[in-house]
Design a protein around this ligand. Structure first.
Ligand code: DGP
Length: 125
């Protein structure tokens, strides 16, 4: 069920619980501002979710409210994770779903990193 992105941050969302250590994850990367882990239901051979540790509902919320150092750390971490996994060549895809039309289900900003095979067209026609 897509979320309503105008609602305040929900501290009980699944990624908040992973960040608090209440739920396990298959961790790929972590630093002071960022956690990355494998998607529980992968849609490609590599499917990693990269999240900020701060409480942001979506890309909209993050881009509007996050301090510059958190934004820089997040953007750099996404690039680093892909680079260190050897994904620059052959390539990869980044995706952030926002709100109902984006199909966002978990109300904590996450970037999907897809890779490991040709990913086909960006959207079905
Ligand atoms: P989105 O539709 O953009 O909100 O994607 C949410 C993604 O989160 C979806 O690909 C499945 C993944 N997901 C949901 N619950 C869990 C969980 O408990 N652990 C992990 N690793 N991924 C989860």
């Amino acid at each position: 069920m897509p979320i309503d992105p105008t609602l305040p941050y929900d501290e009980s969302n699944i990624f908040a619980r992973i960040l608090r250590g209440e739920l396990p994850c298959s961790r790929v990367y972590e630093d002071d501002h960022v956690l990355a882990f494998n998607d529980i239901n992968p849609l490609s051979p590599t499917h990693v979710l990269v999240i900020p540790k701060g409480a942001y509902v979506s890309w909209d919320d993050f881009s509007a409210r996050a301090p510059d150092p958190e934004i820089a750390a997040f953007v750099r971490a996404v690039g680093l994770i892909a680079r260190e996994a050897g994904l620059v060549d052959p390539g990869y895809r980044l995706l952030a779903n926002v709100g109902a039309h984006g199909g966002q289900e978990v109300p904590h900003l996450h970037i999907h990193l897809f890779a490991g095979a040709p990913l086909g067209p960006m959207l079905s026609r």
